[in-house]
Design a protein around this ligand. Sequence first.
Ligand code: C5P
Length: 224
Amino acid sequence: MSEYASDRPRFFVIAVDGPAASGKGTIATGLAKAYKLPVLDTGLLYRCVGVLMKKARGNLDDEAAACAAAALLTADQLDDPALRTRAAGELASRVAVHPRVRNALMEFQRTFARQEGGAVLDGRDIGTVIAPDAPAKLYVTASPKVRAHRRWTQLKAQGERVSQKDVLADIRRRDARDGGRDAAPMKPAPDAVLLDTSEMTIEQAADAARRIVEVARARWNTTS
Ligand code: C5P
């Protein structure tokens, strides 16, 4: 049994994984509010490393340089609105392929997960690598077209001018890179519950996620 699992009684960790614009961020925030837990959007860590590399005119394929940027990252850098842009998403997925970058960001995420009471983390590898013993795991998906429409709407609200076709191409490229990389590829943990939000409103998705977590919580309460 891992060190993490032996800590199980104190931390109710909810792992929310899935591809870009699947609804996992909204779901994670809703669950955090419902269960009064802190929430971490782990994509911001990779976005921040990508943006730092870009600012320093670094080569995104340079693993050592990206790792050095990751080691300098602090929590107060994560509020920067520049991290929410379309470009930052692409930079993030480029640096996220490097195993040393992922390792450099691991402790930050695990420390966040091990807060008294627990935490909600959303990302790509929370249920598989960061918190494999999390008592509640969701893998949130939606069709690429639905995700592209959602992301396009968000970007438009942020003032970015981009076509839905280009956003769909971004999403497909990112899915392929995130799912195809060797280091912690995006995939559901074997014990994750799949939630396809393609046909759901935000409210319906949030309700479905809550029901999944209720079942996990009841199980956790009887076993811890
Ligand atoms: O979730 P978000 O779209 O902000 O993530 C940006 C990128 O960061 C992803 O496409 C992925 O490459 C990377 N990422 C990751 N592991 C995580 C979170 C994000 O590899 N846990």
